[in-house]
Every structure is written in C-alpha cells, then in structure tokens.
Design a protein around this ligand. Structure first.
Ligand code: PEP
Length: 248
C-alpha cells in the first residue's frame, strides 16, 4: 500500500512569526490522520519547525539542497546540514528552480543521490510547460525528465523517492489540470517506473501539484494514481491546507 501524502511548499513567503503561527495552526487541526503531512519550509524556519512537529504526523521538508556534498559554495545548503537538523524530506527539481536557477535533471540526479545516501526522501518534481503541452510533446518531456533525473538508481532507492507531477502551466496560476489530465500523466509515470521497478512501481507515491485548492482536491485525490498533492499557495493558510489534507 502506498502512502497518501500532502506536502506544502511555502516557497519564499512568510516571516518567522507568520511561519511559526502557520505551523501551530496545522498542528492544531491535523488530528489523527493516516495521511503523511509534510511542510516544505524555507531554510531559516527548519530548526524551529522540526522541534514543533516532533511527535505529530507532520514532517519537515527542505525546498532545495546543493548538489555537492560540501565545500566552497557560498550561500548554499548541503544535504548533510539538512540531515543534522532532522529534515526528513527535500523537494528537488521544482519548476521554479529549473526556470530561475538553471537547475537541470543532471544536477537533480546528483541531489537525489546525496539525499538517498543521507536517508532523506527526495520529492522529485517534473512537469511540462504550456508550450510543450500545446505541441503535444508533454509525455515525451516527462519521460525524458524522469529518465535523466532517476537514472542509475536501484529499485530499493527508487522506492524511497516521491514523485510530484507539476504541470508548469498550473503552478500558481489558478489553472488546474483536470483530474483526467492529471491521472493520464500519473499513470504514464507509474508505467515508466515499472519498466525499472516492475510491480514495485505500485508502491511509489505520485503527487499532483498545480493550483490544488480545497474545492478541487477531493476529485484529484480520487484518481487511481494520484496519491496526494504538493501544495503551494493553499499551504500558506492553515484552514485551506487542513481541508486539503482531510480531502482523502
Ligand atoms: C508548488 O509550489 O509546487 C505549487 C504547486 O504551487 P500552487 O499550489 O500555488 O500552484
């Protein structure tokens, strides 16, 4: 049985007090759930958030890490640093990092390797742009992303990876993939994983991300291959985020 997961991605939003209040709001409302809840917080909030969520069903994700183990990379944060603060998950390959910071699947592949070595679960994001979808090339784009980012890993390593399908045209735009569009890609991703992992691809959680809100989460999460969501905007508001968590 694969895990149901709802992960928030705060991006570069909120100050310390706002962020910690939001963590408190989520903790107060999360209740007894078998959905894994993950908060993707900015680096400066990691230490406090890890302490606050201890003993709850909530875990902490970083939104990025560097692709080298350590060294002269001013301003960057390594996987070992994240591990030493108790981070359990890390988002990699988010489309904003690809678009604004030149992150490629080759870098992402290195990041995933370091994360897996450290025992941190990567949340690997992939997804096509509007142009690629309009050209009809979206399946090929996803296939290429998955092949290059996930190459070289064993079945056991692949089982540790959470995949997030995030069509770029749906992120922060208010436009959501229809449940059918999302399901088509999720099932495609699972088939591609099955070429390497056989039946064990059934155990990989594949999240949908792109303008998930309380009013569309239920229908998206009801799809056979959608195992939860990566939530940006709606994770900045505790009641909305909680409603999404409780949409399963
Ligand atoms: C995201 O940040 O990964 C995301 C999906 O954002 P939003 O939910 O705001 O579209």
């Amino acid at each position: 049985m694969r895990k149901k997961i709802v992960a928030g991605n705060w991006k570069m939003n909120l100050t310390k007090n706002e962020g910690l209040l939001l963590v408190e709001g989520v903790l107060n409302g999360v209740g007894d759930t078998d959905t894994k809840v993950i908060l993707g917080v900015p680096f400066p909030f990691i230490s406090d958030t890890v302490s606050m969520v201890e003993g709850s069903p909530v875990s902490v994700a970083a939104q990025n890490c560097h692709q080298e183990k350590s060294g002269a990379f001013t301003g960057e944060v390594s996987v070992d640093m994240l591990k030493s603060f108790g981070v359990e998950y890390c988002i990699v390959g988010h489309s904003e990092r690809r678009q604004y910071f030149g992150e490629t699947d080759r870098f992402v592949n290195h990041k995933i390797e370091l994360l897996l070595d450290a025992g941190i679960q990567p949340i690997y994001c992939c997804g096509e742009t509007l142009e690629q979808r309009q050209d009809g090339g979206h399946l090929q784009v996803i296939e290429e992303q998955i092949q290059s980012a996930l190459q070289g890993f064993t079945k056991d390593q692949l089982k540790q990876i959470i995949v997030a399908y995030e069509p770029v045209w749906a992120i922060g735009t208010g436009e959501t993939a229809t449940p059918e569009q999302a399901q088509e890609i999720h099932s495609f991703i699972r088939k591609k994983l099955a070429q390497v992992m056989a039946d064990e691809a059934e155990d990989v959680s594949i999240l949908y991300g792109g303008s998930v809100k309380p009013d569309n989460a239920k229908e998206l999460f009801a799809q056979k291959d959608i195992d939860g969501g990566l939530i940006g905007g709606a994770s900045l508001n505790a009641p909305d985020f909680l409603e999404i968590i409780h949409s399963f």
